[in-house]
Ligand binder design. Structure first.
Ligand code: LRH
Ligand code: MN
Length: 430
């Protein structure tokens, strides 16, 4: 059983104050769903089995290019980050895995890290490489790119780093490598689009060749930033082309914030599912650019529509196994509170998508009855599944209200004493 960083007695006392309320709300929801031919216990079992990975880089306070304002008790290293992830899992019970980023999470003893994680009841999801920033005493700079750089030695350096990440992931029990590159250009004419893509493919093929048999390579597209005229893997089309070229172990990762405003992301998800190329997700929310805001905090209906595509495909027996991960930057909130709230929001969108009357929707679509079709989606989205999510947490030993239990625990104040204060400073997301 994992370590209890929050006193289990305090969680039980917290839950006791809400037990009867959750009981009656859950019974009422069950009755409502029953009238719609939905067995709440079946939905609860599906939701209880659902988990989303925490980005290790999200447990520290994030920032922008302008500034970063660290909070109290900032994690100092990957072991502090794991401890904070354990608190999130202990209270919200929806995040059994952590996605690491190298070299931000570099440590000297990976087996010790793996043991620490399992002592917290945590495992490792995809490992993220980083060829978008230069490390101290790095031979070749990534200023003008990495896997697609015009200089062969720089490309080789970037390939070697990704292969190093695979070795680290193997030591941690991870089964996937996420490759996001910032490669691109800021001026028309600066980059030869086709040659840059060919160089990227040549480098990616060398990384692909180093993948263990049961691993996946997740290619993450992004419309802009840090390059602001063109990006080598700019959209799902470029990512799909690359994944097709590389082979069956290469798939496309959808970061919700990596698209132009108002792009229909749920349609992209449907295309990638149909092509057997959906790797998974980096969930977050955005209003303008890659804002990395908390998932579902701005457009919860959009998040629901993504899950509607996932649940519809699974319902129709399409075989796919997307990785669910958060990727957010917490600039003004306690990261632990944001990550718990976002994990529950993602869980909520999945639960709501399970409530869609698929047979009625299929019939309405076949009959071109647009009003009935959209009403069927809204009926699911507008169902308050809070009592179901509370029940899932309660049954799993978590807190009915994770943020309230977390604040009552004084955990942040406790780690603030153990972890020296970090001065504010220049920008950067971590
Ligand atoms: C790029 C990105 C990528 C990570 C980074 C922290 O914007 O979404 O997934 O490597 O954020
Ligand atoms: Mn991402």
């Amino acid at each position: 059983m994992s370590t209890n960083l929050i006193d289990a007695g305090a969680i039980a006392a917290h839950n006791d104050t809400l037990l009867s309320q959750v009981g009656s709300d859950y019974a009422h929801l069950g009755e409502q769903l029953g009238r719609r031919g939905i067995d709440i216990e079946r939905v609860r079992a599906r939701v209880a089995a659902f988990g989303v990975a925490i980005p290790s880089w999200g447990v520290g306070t994030g920032g922008t290019r302008f500034a970063r304002f660290p909070g109290q008790g900032e994690p100092r290293h990957v072991f502090d980050k794991l401890q904070d992830c354990a608190v999130i899992q202990q209270l919200a019970r929806a995040t059994p895995t952590v996605s690491l980023h190298i070299p931000w999470d570099r440590c000297t003893d990976w087996s010790e890290l793996r043991q620490t994680a399992s002592s917290h009841g945590l495992a490792f999801d995809a490992i993220n490489s980083n060829t978008f920033s230069d490390q101290k005493d790095q031979a070749h700079s990534y200023k003008f790119g990495s896997l697609s750089h015009t200089d062969a030695a720089t490309r080789a350096q970037a390939v070697a780093h990704n292969i190093d990440c695979i070795e680290i992931g193997r030591a941690l029990g991870s089964k996937a490598l996420t490759v996001w590159v910032g490669d691109g250009s800021n001026f028309p004419g600066q980059q030869h689009f086709r040659r840059a893509f060919d160089r990227y493919l040549d480098s990616a093929q060398q990384i692909y060749a180093a993948l263990p048999g049961d691993w996946r390579m997740m290619l993450e597209h992004k419309i802009c930033e840090p390059a602001f005229y063109s990006t080598v893997i700019q959209d799902w089309g470029s990512s799909f082309l690359a994944a097709q070229t590389l082979g069956p172990k290469a798939q496309c990762l959808v970061d919700l914030g990596h698209h132009a405003p108002n792009v229909n992301i749920e349609l992209i998800v449907a295309r990638l599912i149909a092509a057997g190329k959906l790797a998974g997700f980096h969930f977050n929310d955005s209003k303008y650019g890659d804002d990395d805001l908390d998932a579902g905090s701005v457009s919860p209906y959009r998040l629901f529509l993504v899950f509607n595509e996932l649940v519809a495909a699974a319902h129709e027996g399409v075989a796919f196994d997307p990785a669910y991960m958060l990727d957010q930057s917490h600039n003004v909130t306690d990261p632990i509170e944001s990550l718990m709230t976002s994990a529950v929001q993602v869980q909520r969108s999945f639960a709501q998508a399970l409530l869609v009357d698929r047979a009625a929707l299929d019939a309405a679509q076949d009959a071109n009855d647009a009003m009935t079709a959209t009403h069927l989606l809204k009926a699911a989205f507008q169902t308050d599944v809070t009592p179901l999510l509370q029940r899932v947490r309660l049954e799993a030993g978590g807190a009915i209200d994770p943020v309230a239990a977390y604040r009552a625990s004084g955990y942040r104040q406790r780690v603030a004493v153990q972890r020296p204060a970090v001065a504010g400073g220049s920008g950067g997301i971590v």
